[in-house]
Design a binder for this molecule. Structure first.
Ligand SMILES: Cc1ncc(COP(=O)(O)O)c(C=O)c1O
Length: 457
């Protein structure tokens, strides 16, 4: 039976509680109900088509409904969909682990699977903590804290929220969380008083060094989103910051955890963001783009050194007691493997670099609009900060919902994007064509211009 838009709308509003969504406002609007996708486009149940300017929450790599990815899934589903990885193995998870280690191409040699980015982060935190306890529980008894950046976002489970630094999302949960040590992050647009990019990086690293000097004996690890803090509003870090963090972690004997959940798999113009600063973390979290946007899968990669600390006799209890029911799921792993093969075969990473450059030129015209304060870009991750006043950088009151109204204007014109606070984000399907991206930027321009007109700015 085919349901009409009206019926689906009614069921949606009656039964579904949407994530990160104020439902009181949601039920007053007409929901976007997606039925299918092809390439860079999403189609709603009435057949209207939209450019996917948020890559379906930053996951989509090759476009929707890719014949080769579909084929990989069909092939696997004919064999088996799932069997457990607890104490036994399966073919796609073995081959994918081998591939992940090969494409990382550095110091990481072991893969621990899970199913969401937040879980990959939980695993990284527990792994880092237990690593120190396993190697010397007396000497490292106080190493039970983590450092993270101001405005950090690492997912929504309690451990991941504990290392989060976004007041809006995380403040309410503080009483439930473990203690975190916050250090400043180089948010250049809003740090005028600290000088130029280089001075801002130096300031942030100096603060980190002072913190580590005083507290390194309590710190198990530092977690960082390499190059770009995505959920914070596409805060792009100037060159040298990540490398500086790595050096300080080494100097003060603290594990470095790089959360590549958002930036991994080509998004920033290299396969992994860490490559751009030649950084070798102790632990890396992967998710989102790992399956090309097909199925939930995440992975935590680590070094031989960390892994070896967990080896021992069964009764020694050095085992990593962590695992999820769907860990290493065959369907997810087989589509992830094909996704990576296609990234290589289709030269996706160099394609992203080329398109990112063209996009950078196109984006400049947004500055003509009186409410565009900053346009930040790394690869195919773009943040457009909306301000009431370009000089003071004051933002609009949240109650005005300006950014939400802009995305509705964009949707009317055939583009789906999402705001993060005062920042509009454009995170296209990685394989989006240059012409399609040009259309998207024109729509963005028109949608913001419409808001300028309505507000008579
Ligand atoms: C950097 C980073 N880490 C972790 C996560 C959490 O991933 P998931 O939503 O798959 O749990 C996200 C999600 O946006 C993220 O951007």
């Amino acid at each position: 039976m085919k349901y009409s838009y009206e019926q689906l709308e009614q069921f949606d509003k009656q039964y579904v509680w949407h994530p990160f969504t104020q439902m009181k406002a949601y039920v007053e609007e007409k929901p976007l109900i997606i039925e299918r996708g092809k390439g860079s486009y999403l189609y709603d149940v009435d057949g209207n088509r939209y450019l996917d300017g948020y890559a379906s929450l930053w996951v989509n790599v090759h476009g929707h409904n890719d014949p080769e990815l579909n084929e990989a899934l069909h092939e696997q589903i004919e064999k088996i969909s799932h069997s457990t990885l607890l104490g036994s193995a399966n073919v796609p998870s073995i081959l994918l682990a081998k591939k992940l280690v090969e494409i990382w191409g550095g110091n990481l040699s072991k893969v621990f699977y899970s199913d969401t980015g937040a879980a990959a982060v939980e695993i990284a935190l527990k792994m880092a903590y237990q690593y120190w306890q396993n190697i010397d529980p007396v000497r490292y008894k106080h190493k039970n804290k983590f450092i993270s950046l101001k405005e950090a976002y690492h997912g929504d489970t309690i451990g991941a929220v504990s290392v989060g630094g976004m007041d809006l999302f995380h403040r309410i949960f503080r009483p439930l969380l473990f203690e975190r040590i916050e250090v400043p992050s180089p948010y250049v647009y809003r740090m005028d008083e600290y000088g130029d990019e280089e001075e801002i990086v130096n300031y942030c690293l100096k603060q980190l060094e002072e913190t580590l000097e005083q507290r390194h004996e309590e710190v198990a690890g530092m977690i960082v989103e390499p190059l770009v803090q995505g959920a914070a509003g596409i805060i792009t870090h100037p060159k040298g910051f990540l490398k500086g963090v790595e050096k300080l972690c080494r100097k003060y004997n603290v594990l470095l955890i790089c959360d590549e959940v958002a930036v991994g798999f080509g998004r920033t113009g290299t396969l992994f963001a860490c490559e751009q600063e030649d950084v070798e973390p102790d632990i890396v979290c992967l998710g989102k783009g790992i399956t090309g946007g097909y199925l939930p899968l995440a992975a935590t990669l680590t070094t031989e050194e960390v892994y070896s600390a967990f080896l021992g006799e069964v009764h020694e209890n050095k085992t990593f007691f962590h695992g999820h029911t769907y860990t290493g799921n065959q369907l997810s792993c087989s589509v992830a493997l094909k996704n990576i093969e296609l990234i290589e075969k289709r030269n996706l990473v160099s394609d992203v670099q080329r398109k990112a450059q063209a996009l950078a030129g196109k984006l400049q015209k947004l500055y003509e609009l009186p409410i565009v304060g900053d346009v930040r870009q790394k690869g195919l991750m773009v943040g457009i900060e909306i301000v009431k006043d370009k000089k003071t950088k004051e933002i609009f009151d949240r109650s005005e919902q300006i950014e939400h109204k802009i995305i509705l204007e964009a949707r009317k014109r055939g583009l789906i994007i999402r705001p993060l606070g005062p920042v509009l984000t454009f995170i296209p399907v990685l394989a989006m064509k240059e012409e399609e991206m040009e259309i998207a930027v024109d729509i963005l321009f028109d949608a913001i211009a419409e808001m300028v007109k309505i507000k008579q700015i």
